[in-house]
Design a protein around this ligand. Structure first.
Ligand code: PFF
Length: 468
């Protein structure tokens, strides 16, 4: 789409719109918003976490519950976050405050906004470190470093990476620098240009890997594991893990979807786009499963191996298969790309907050938040080596941060957002802002948002508190 067609076409109509474009920037098309939101959703959560928690929780039945959580809790909340962003046209903190004022409610609700930004910032500090592992595996795999490795040797190689603060810092710093460079170039310049080729590239690589796994691995066994539910494998805890992962994978409760929504042109259907983002996100997770499990079963590896599934187990498979060097190298390139597009969205809420709340230039905001992130990421890096023995309640700094953000802050931010949308904003305002044409659809979403979604989140909290 050209600038001209933008100005004249679907996006450029109103003067408010023109003002927004001039001062703050908008996605240049709904396709770019879709790419950006999908890029945020698809990340380490889909490719690294989804397969290993599926492996640990018995396969098919867990996948089914996870899909139900995406549908009944994830999509309604995703729509609410995008709507608040677009209506508020600011960073999450400012957007919630603006809508609260509009509804005549207390601006204290802005806590739901800034808590999200803070959560995103904290997640990013350790997300960078895991993305750094993937980056370290790119040259290691391409250069044939895993050729013929045994399980033990692969575990030792991963252990050696974790034991080296220098390698971890270098890799995390490279990921941080790439993220900040893209974010620093701005919404139009940086994010869009990179997303246009990053996301389609990711899909192509993923398909190549699935085709390879289908030919070379135990594809039928993998499909059976992923898609034939065995409910005897399902525990109450698995259900709640599936629910928590629905939050993480759709980037909810973090301000990311809100800030991306704030760049969304009027007239784009929030419902349709949200459903498409959730579909694309789920498709990538399932593709990741279909790429990884045939290799796991084909090489008699353990599906429930845990967080090391990719970094310890897959190199064994890549080391054995013909062309494994190339397939494996491509796999880790793909993982870095997926992590990068998520990292960009994790940093954008705090960058937008610094520029809009404190009037900083974008460059200064990037330098300030990049510097803070780098310092914080050292805590995660040292958790695996220098500070491994310093533990709080039996957890390292990295584990504490992961536990706190994923299990408490994200659902808390999400709960704040649904309560704010469903119980504070006026129904008429929401109806107008969400732009759902069909009354039946609006009613269904509104009911889910007011009752179903908060109930689901509260169940997660009760589980964490050990009450169920
Ligand atoms: N959704 C990303 C993933 O699945 O890896 C992680 C993430 C990105 C979480 C952005 C939260 C967020 F705001």
């Amino acid at each position: 789409m050209t600038e001209k067609s933008l100005a004249a076409g679907s996006l450029g109509g109103t003067s408010a719109h023109a003002q927004q474009r001039a001062t703050r920037g908008l996605w240049s098309s709904r396709w770019v918003f879709f790419l950006a939101a999908t890029g945020s959703a698809v990340g380490l959560g889909n490719i690294w976490k989804f397969p290993y928690i599926t492996g640990q929780n018995g396969g098919g039945a867990f996948v089914l519950v996870y899909l139900a959580c995406i549908l009944l809790i994830g999509i309604p909340l995703l729509m609410a976050e995008v709507m608040i962003g677009r209506r508020g046209r600011q960073n999450p903190d400012g957007a919630v405050a603006r809508l609260a004022r509009e509804a005549g409610a207390s601006t204290r609700w802005r806590v739901a906004g800034w808590l999200g930004g803070l959560t995103g910032f904290l997640i990013l500090s350790f997300y960078l470190v895991v993305a750094g592992w993937a980056l370290a595996y790119v040259p290691a795999t391409f250069s044939g470093g895993f050729a013929g490795v045994s399980g033990e040797a692969s575990g030792e190689l991963f252990g050696a990476l974790l034991a080296s603060p220098l390698r971890l810092v270098v890799c995390a710093t490279l990921v941080l620098a790439a993220t900040m460079l893209i974010v620093g170039l701005g919404v139009r310049g940086g994010l869009e240009r990179s997303l246009r080729f990053l996301m389609p590239g990711l899909f192509v690589l993923m398909l190549v890997l699935v085709v390879y796994a289908a030919i070379e691995g135990e594809f039928a066994q993998a499909l059976q594991f992923l898609f034939v539910p065995d409910f005897s494998e399902l525990t109450a805890k698995s259900v709640l893990i599936a629910l928590g992962h629905a939050f993480f994978t759709l980037s909810l409760g973090c301000g990311a979807m809100m800030v991306y929504g704030s760049y969304l042109p009027e007239g784009t259907s929030i419902a349709k786009t949200s459903v498409l983002v959730a579909l694309a996100d789920t498709a990538v997770a399932l593709l990741a499963g279909m790429a990884i499990f045939p290799l796991v079963f084909g090489n008699a590896l353990e599906p429930g191996a845990g967080p090391g599934l990719i970094f310890v187990t897959l190199p064994i498979a890549f080391g054995q298969m013909p062309l494994g060097q190339v397939v494996g190298g491509l796999f880790f390139v793909m993982l870095v790309i997926a992590a990068l597009t998520s990292a960009i969205s994790l940093s954008e809420p705090s960058i937008a907050w610094l520029t809009e709340r404190f009037g900083m230039s974008r460059l200064k905001a990037v330098l300030v938040s990049g510097g803070l992130l780098w310092l914080l990421s050292l805590g995660s890096v040292f958790s695996f080596n220098l500070w491994a023995d310093y533990q709080l309640f039996g957890k390292t700094f990295f584990d504490t941060l992961d536990y706190l953000t994923t299990n408490w802050l994200m659902p808390l931010g999400g709960l704040g957002t649904v309560l704010f949308t469903g119980w504070v904003l006026k129904e008429a305002t929401v109806r107008e802002a969400i732009g759902l044409q069909r009354d039946g659809l609006f009613r269904a979403w509104w009911l889910l948002l007011r009752f179903g979604t908060p109930l689901g989140i509260v169940l997660v909290f009760l589980n964490l508190a050990g009450m169920i």
